[in-house]
Structure formats: C-alpha cells, structure tokens
Design a binder for this molecule. Structure first.
Ligand SMILES: Cc1cc2nc3c(=O)[nH]c(=O)nc-3n(C[C@H](O)[C@H](O)[C@H](O)COP(=O)(O)O)c2cc1C
Length: 308
C-alpha cells in the first residue's frame, strides 16, 4: 500500500515490459462504498500484464469487486491472505484468513464463478507459531481447485499479535524450504516465492526450485535492479537500461500529472531510489524533497537528470 500505485507502475514499465506488476491492496469495502478514489485506475495502454490485489473476506463482496476489476481490464485478481496489520484483522481479512481455509476457498470460488481471468492468492507460510510444513500443506490442500492457477507465498509466518506490519516483514525468519516443497506437493499449482529476494541473480537461483518469484522492497528501493529482467528471465531484449532516459521520461510524466492535479508528493517519491548506489544519491534525494516542497520540477528537472 502507498507504493505500487499507478505512478510507480508507470515508472516500472519504463524499465521492464515483461515483469508482472501488482497493484497495492484495494479493499472490497472501499470499492463497494466508492471510497477507493483512484486506486482502481490503471493505464490500459502500458501496464499489462497487471494484477489487482483485493482485500476482503465476504464471498459476495469479492465476487462483485472481481467483476468490476475484470471489466476494467485487469489480467488477474489476487486475494490478500498475507497482510498481518491489526486494522486488516479487524476487518477479518488478510493473514488471519489462513485460520479459515474453508472461507478462503469460498471466496476464491465465488470470484471464479463470475470472472474468466485467473484468481490467485498471496499468503504466508503460516501464522503465529505455525511455521511447519503440515500447516501450509493443509491450508493449500483446502483452497486448491483445478482453476486456481497460482499461489504466491511470502516465506515467513505472520505474527498476528505484538508485531507491526513492518516487523512482520523482518522478524519472522524466512523459510524458503517450506515454499519449495509445495512444488512437489501440488504439481498443478504455479508456486511463486516472495520474501527477502534481493536481485535478479538471487531470483534465478530460486527459479530452479519454484515457478516464479515476486520482489517487493528491493525493486521499490532500487528500481534499476529489474532493468535486466526481460533478458535474463524472459529471454527478450531489455528496454530500460538507460537510467537518464528513464528518469527524463518519468519526470516529464510527473509534470504532465501535476498539470492534471496529481501532487508531486505522490509521483516523485517513487524515484528516490533511482540513483541508488551512485555517488550523489544523498543530494539527489534532497533535491527531490525540495522539488516536492517547492513544486518546481520544471526548474529542477535538468539538474535531477544530470545526477543519475
Ligand atoms: C510499504 C509496504 C506495503 C506493502 N503493501 C502490501 C500490499 O498491499 N499487499 C501485499 O500483498 N503485500 C504488501 N507488502 C508486502 C510485500 O508485497 C512483500 O510480501 C514483502 O515486503 C516481502 O517481500 P520483499 O522482501 O520482496 O519486500 C507491502 C510491503 C511494504 C514494504
């Protein structure tokens, strides 16, 4: 949430054409009560393939939202069964749903009945003290059906009480083996591994054991690490090796968006990491911050481009 929004996905489509992009989680309540503002918007011309992630646990609400998302043109609907936040638990969705696989199954089937795009699930390896393989196998066996194509697993348990969402992405240890073993256990399911993967070389190692990988923080913090995804993973030519050209295109986009009312605080924050590792990373960040405050990208644009 607050990261992989429509602007961030625009930036990533300047860097890779093949990587599958996911939206931030949008709750069924927000969609049904019309409070998701622009969160459902995506750029139909450039963003595909793109999945929307839904948060919810009411099969009727989810099927209503799934229909809306399919009509909008999303390629996949992903159900969030991994978010540990207390707010989300209060709404009875996210990671706490791992305790109720029957309900998850009902949710999946309700959506599958009304749309033809794939319904996928993103879960953890378990919750609280249940980080054992039996718990995960039991959960997956209960939600599996022949139309469930893909399962994305964050290879940590979610601790539902006492840890913040941030701590829940850091403290529980990564248990990749639990995810690897799903490949043999459920041969008809595409298993995507998530959690702590730093770059494409590390991804390639995991891809010997699972069908796919999902990366969150590492590309968000350093978008250029996916500039060779298209060649290294998909055997196609790369599109986004030229950092300056990417930044120029993205800053032009930010200026256009500003004219349409999108504040620079929304658009420019996604480029903080674009010169990560370069010697002037700190001054680049400061200039972006100043630009956000002073709303003067037209003036600072060339200097920013010269810094990457
Ligand atoms: C700020 C932030 C927001 C996140 N929001 C979501 C979300 O909306 N839905 C989701 O499934 N995961 C969300 N995550 C978790 C990531 O998708 C991912 O599962 C987790 O960070 C582990 O992968 P990583 O080590 O590659 O980042 C979020 C992570 C961060 C850091």
């Amino acid at each position: 949430m607050q990261c992989t929004d429509i602007h961030d996905r625009y930036l990533f489509r300047l860097i890779t054409k093949k990587a599958f992009l996911y939206t931030e989680m949008v709750t069924t309540g927000a969609i049904i009560h019309g409070k998701c503002f622009n969160q459902l918007n995506f750029n139909n011309e450039i963003e595909h393939p793109v999945a929307i992630q839904l948060g919810g646990s009411d099969p009727n609400d989810l099927s209503e939202c799934a229909k809306i998302c399919e009509e909008l043109g999303y390629d996949e609907i992903n159900l969030n069964v991994g978010c540990p936040s207390e707010r989300v638990q209060k709404g009875s969705f996210g990671a706490c749903l791992m305790e109720d696989p029957k309900l998850v199954d009902d949710c999946i089937q309700a959506m599958q009945q009304v749309v033809s795009i794939p319904i996928t699930v993103k879960c953890r390896i378990g919750i609280n003290e249940r980080d054992d393989i039996d718990f995960l196998n039991h959960f997956v066996s209960k939600i599996f059906n022949p139309n469930l194509k893909t399962l994305i697993v964050h290879a940590r348990v979610a601790i539902l009480k006492g840890l913040t969402p941030r701590q829940n992405r850091q403290i529980p240890p990564l248990k990749y083996e639990n995810v690897y073993q799903l490949v043999d256990e459920f041969p008809d399911l595409e298993i995507i591994l998530n959690g702590g993967i730093k770059d494409i070389d590390e991804s390639i190692k995991h891809l010997k054991k699972v069908h796919g990988v999902m990366l969150g923080r590492s590309p968000y913090d350093n978008p250029m690490i996916v500039s060779n995804v298209d060649s290294k993973i998909f055997n196609e030519s790369d599109i986004g090796n030229d950092r300056k050209a990417i930044l120029k295109q993205y800053l032009d986009y930010c200026i256009d968006q500003a004219h349409e009312g999108q504040p620079y605080s929304r658009t420019l924050k996604h480029v903080f990491g674009l010169n990560r590792g370069l010697k002037n990373a700190k001054s680049f960040r400061s200039l972006i911050l100043r630009t956000i405050q002073e709303k003067n990208l037209e003036i600072t644009k060339d200097e920013l481009i010269s810094m990457v």
